[in-house]
Design a protein around this ligand. Structure first.
Ligand code: FE2
Length: 337
């Protein structure tokens, strides 16, 4: 479904699609002038239209709304989503938790990019909504590009899609200081709590004699969106697979730990190797559908985490982007909204 811009009212009537020629799967940007209204009041007045855009379209950038830091950001997200924010359990990346389940965006080398991904799509549980706030925009780069996951799905050649759909994706993780240690990922130092979490989430876990942990998990490669009923590319095979790393880093890692102990890797669900050419075509599809905008301070980006993936460009200078997630959904419970 597309946004009929001429039917929108108030601040939203001057909104624009990015890119402008893309009618489906574009980012909708609205430049806001609250004219002395408090931010909470502005959100309250416009919350129906905000949620309509999110429900029917999936990506909204609100620019110009004064937001006074992480605490207010968390409260605003709860006000918009109408749900409590979620903790970040079984995490894939390092983040710092601020107050009230607001996190810093992934703390990852500024000179490297983070590929497109739907948050937690390697897992049984994921948030249906995700929000980002730009607190400090970097001097150069540092954008959070997004991509419509349905368009990505449709552009992946059918034989590749079919193979992924029939086999699923196996995610293999070995936890250590090279990537993330298991107590950080699972938020506990208690092994039995980790085992309990894994049991409840269809994750196979094995402890080694040296105390290290290895997990394997098989999940589908796609989901059907609960509202649009469209098929959506929803996995992180291209990100977990060893081929996502720099060539030199890969060589060094293989020398130090070997294939079996790589911090993370992805296979087809039956354990067979994913062809590098297939992953390249998947990455190309993401690239083709990537929508980019430059962050400005106080930019509020709201996404349907199923309909849109996000990533991060490399950057120079300081950059501070906060994030919060809401609306748990899962393959197990099918709790969708
Ligand atoms: Fe992310």
């Amino acid at each position: 479904m597309t946004i009929e811009v001429n039917k929108l009212e108030g601040d939203f009537s001057k909104g624009k699609l990015i890119p402008e020629d893309m009618k489906t799967g574009a980012l909708f940007q609205v430049d806001v002038n609250p004219q002395g209204k408090k931010t909470y009041d502005w959100i309250q007045k416009n919350n129906v239209i905000i949620n309509n855009i999110l429900s029917h379209h999936g990506a909204l950038l609100i620019r110009g709304l004064p937001i006074g830091g992480s605490r207010q950001f968390g409260t605003l997200l709860q006000q918009i989503f109408g749900m409590e924010l979620l903790p970040y359990i079984y995490r894939s990346t390092p983040r710092t938790e601020l107050k009230g389940h607001v996190f810093t965006a992934t703390e990852y080398h500024s000179d490297l990019l983070i590929p497109q991904h739907n948050e937690n799509s390697y897992s049984n549980n994921w948030p249906t909504r995700i929000g980002f706030l730009c607190v400090v925009d970097s001097d150069t780069g540092g954008a959070t590009p997004i991509a419509n996951s349905r368009n990505v799905y449709l552009d992946i050649p059918l034989p590749i899609r079919e193979k992924f759909e029939s086999k699923g994706v196996m995610y293999v993780r070995n936890y250590s200081d090279i990537d993330l240690p298991w107590d950080v990922v699972f938020g506990t130092k208690d092994r039995s709590e980790v085992e309990h979490f894994c049991l409840n989430n269809n994750i196979n876990c094995e402890w080694s004699k040296d105390g290290s942990l290895r997990t394997t998990q098989v999940n589908p490669s796609f989901i059907v969106h609960p509202e649009s009923k469209e098929r959506i590319w929803f996995n992180q095979a291209h990100l977990f697979h060893i081929s996502s790393l720099d060539k030199q880093v890969t060589e060094d890692l293989l020398k130090v730990v070997g294939t079996d102990r790589l911090p993370r890797n992805a296979y087809y669900g039956d354990g067979s190797e994913i062809e590098p050419e297939a992953l390249e075509l998947i990455r190309k599809s993401y690239e083709k559908h990537t929508i980019r905008f430059s962050w400005r301070r106080n930019d509020l980006l709201l996404l349907d985490n199923m309909r849109f993936s996000h990533g991060r460009e490399s950057y120079i200078g300081d950059r501070k982007v906060l994030t919060g997630m809401a609306g748990p959904s899962s393959f197990i419970s099918n709790r969708i909204f």
